[in-house]
Design a protein around this ligand. Structure first.
Ligand code: ATP
Ligand code: MG
Length: 595
């Protein structure tokens, strides 16, 4: 595992914290784990009146709107041009009821799929929660997707409704409309005149204005399908993971324990709802706790982001390693010009969080960035660094209460064996049965079945567990490099490289080699003020050898202006590899491309 240069920096993080202001929700990890009972979580939720079941939108919106929370700020939307729109819980109830009635009026019923192709505008959040209210299934699409990935997903999902804008419709959907046979209604959000140009579509706002503001949520079984989320497509063709209303229990529990949400908090999740984090935590989890959630329409910009934390008095900030690395690239001094003292907890997900980034967070914000691990398939956070816990930079933390995680070895005959010794690498697995576990890959029954073996859900990620129960990410099973008898995780090599002051981002792959099997090759982008040249190349090679030893260090390093990232900010190592070896690029529907 990559180490950090400065022992003092490490110590600063490991030092037990004193909680003088807000006491963490989870104080004693072992005790909470031992006494944890899902029943208690279930009881903390209200459920639908008259025994009609469990519906995410009721728990997130309606029950607060009927309480003293009615006028409390639920969502604050920050527009690209500086506009601000506030929604109280009562406002959100009205708007989502309108949308549910709108759907009902169109004959859209329980289980029907409602797709949204929208940027982060308020209507996206209203459509998501309104669809859930109607017991329909909400399926978000990244607004930056091109026609092909849109077609692929709507067809896999049997989409009946598409909510989008005239601009996105014209550019991305109009040309493929005849290839979307299941689509019955297109709802466009825009000026009446603009919308009227499209005869095949309906005017979202006009229908909303006519829709009733009262809506009775139909009976919803906890096992009814609620969300269809496509995976990030980092390792191949995206899969459509099915999630049910019962997932709300996980969203509630993790909001409390993993993200430490408290009454009165302001929470900001920077993820786009096109990715599961942006829905589970960018929409649902904060509303379940009755707190205020910030939505920023704009894309990443360091000054804008620090400005939001300062001006909106953000207490809990949930972001991603790519964003953290971009902030690191801009430099600590920019952060120091803002008052970020409202922050109480920072968490990150989606990719391994380099130890360097954890230390940087501590120096910049006065608290480490808390890494946590989960997947589209798990529906919610599974492993986390809790606020009350000693953070070990580079580790994903420990399993949430109610979650059993382990490490297994897969045998040739397909069986799996649990590894109980500490620090042995193997596949990260989870004991099935947590509420937000995916219930299938839509139309891919076999693939779903294959994800379970020997009583475990197999995550496809490799990790190890240390003697104190912390989990350490090694790499995706597909990305791991086998070189001269060593099993090398790209993360370890990437983390070591970005410790060098010149390196902003690193992506590491294995390339075929006759003697070693595979050779470690790194692609790096540079921080401002550094030029790619032979001297720097030699320096980075030497740095790698010093940090990692000759067996693990990259033998080749190439400079790049940018690395291929998914729209959700993950390095696409398989694409680096395909391009390096001149192989087919495979599914690149989620690749980030500048528009
Ligand atoms: P696909 O399954 O289509 O290849 P994906 O796995 O990237 O895409 P997601 O479900 O969005 O799609 O991402 C989950 C994966 O992201 C995890 O399996 C893991 O590889 C990675 N990941 C998430 N959080 C962390 C973390 N804290 N540390 C390391 N890796 C993480
Ligand atoms: Mg995956």
């Amino acid at each position: 595992m990559a180490t950090i240069d400065s022992a003092t920096a490490w110590e600063a993080i490991r030092k037990p914290k004193e909680f003088t202001t807000v006491k963490p929700n989870l104080v004693d990890y072992q005790r909470e784990r031992a006494r944890f009972d899902w029943k208690v979580i279930e009881d903390a939720l209200e459920r639908l009146p008259k025994g009609k079941g469990l519906n995410i939108a009721h728990e997130a919106v309606d029950r607060h709107a009927a309480s003293h929370k009615a006028n409390h700020l639920a969502l604050r939307w920050l527009g690209k041009q500086g506009e601000v729109k506030d929604f109280s819980y009562a406002d959100l109830k009205t708007e989502t009821s309108r949308f549910a009635n709108l759907l009902k009026g169109l004959g859209i019923a329980k289980g029907d799929r409602v797709f949204a192709l929208l940027g982060r505008i308020p209507e996206l959040y209203i459509a998501a929660l309104g669809s859930l209210k109607n017991a329909s299934v909400f399926c978000p699409l990244f607004s930056a997707f091109g026609p092909e990935p849109i077609k692929q997903r709507i067809n896999i999902g049997d989409g009946k409704v598409l909510v989008t804008t005239p601009r996105l419709f014209k550019r991305k959907v109009a040309g493929i409309l005849t290839e979307l046979p299941t689509l019955e209604h297109i709802l466009l959000i825009g000026d009446a005149a603009e919308v009227a140009e499209f005869k095949e579509a309906k005017d979202f706002h006009a229908l909303m204005a006519r829709a009733d503001t009262e809506f009775e949520i139909p009976a919803t079984d906890p096992e009814d399908m609620a969300l269809l989320h496509f995976t990030s497509g980092t390792t191949g063709k995206p899969k459509g993971a099915i999630h049910v209303h019962k997932a709300v229990m996980q969203h509630y529990m993790t909001g409390k324990y993993a993200l430490d949400m408290h009454e009165g908090d302001v929470f900001w999740c920077t993820a786009d709802p096109g990715w599961v984090t942006g829905t589970s935590y960018g929409i649902i989890a904060p509303l379940l706790q009755g707190i205020s959630s910030i939505i920023d329409e704009a894309d990443f910009d360091a000054d804008r982001w620090y400005g939001i934390i300062q001006d909106q008095q953000v207490n809990i900030w949930y972001t991603a390693p790519t964003a953290v690395r971009m902030l690191m690239k801009v430099g600590k001094s920019v952060a120091k010009t803002y008052d970020l003292s409202s922050l109480r907890f920072i968490a990150s997900v989606g990719e391994p969080l380099n130890p360097e980034a954890v230390v940087w967070g501590n120096e910049t914000f006065g608290m480490p960035i808390h890494d946590n691990w989960w997947q589209t398939e798990t529906g919610g956070i599974m492993i986390a660094n809790f606020r009350s816990m000693e953070v070990r930079p580079g580790s994903m933390g420990k399993p949430l209460p109610g979650i059993e995680a382990s490490i297994v070895r897969r045998h040739e005959d397909g069986t799996v064996e649990e590894i109980s010794q500490p620090n042995v690498e193997g596949e990260l697995v989870l004991k099935p049965g947590w509420p937000s576990m995916f219930r299938g890959y839509l139309h891919e029954e076999e693939r779903y079945k294959k994800a379970f073996k020997g009583g475990w859900y197999l995550s496809g990620d490799l990790a190890r567990r240390d003697a104190e129960g912390y989990f350490w990410f090694i790499g995706r099973a597909d990305d791991v490099i086998k070189s001269a008898g060593h099993l090398i995780g790209p993360f370890e090599v990437e983390s070591a490289l970005i410790e060098h002051p010149a390196v902003a981002e690193a992506g590491v792959i294995g390339i075929p080699d006759e003697t070693a099997g595979e050779l470690v090759k790194a692609f790096v982008t540079l921080n401002a003020g550094y030029e790619p040249n032979d001297n720097l190349l030699l320096e980075l090679i030497a740095h790698g050898r010093k940090r990692l030893g000759p067996a693990v260090a990259p033998k080749q390093i190439a400079f790049r202006d940018k690395l291929p990232l998914t729209r959700s900010g993950k390095i696409m190592r398989r694409l680096l590899k395909a391009r390096e070896l001149g192989l087919p690029e495979g599914d690149i529907s989620t690749l980030e491309v500048s528009e």
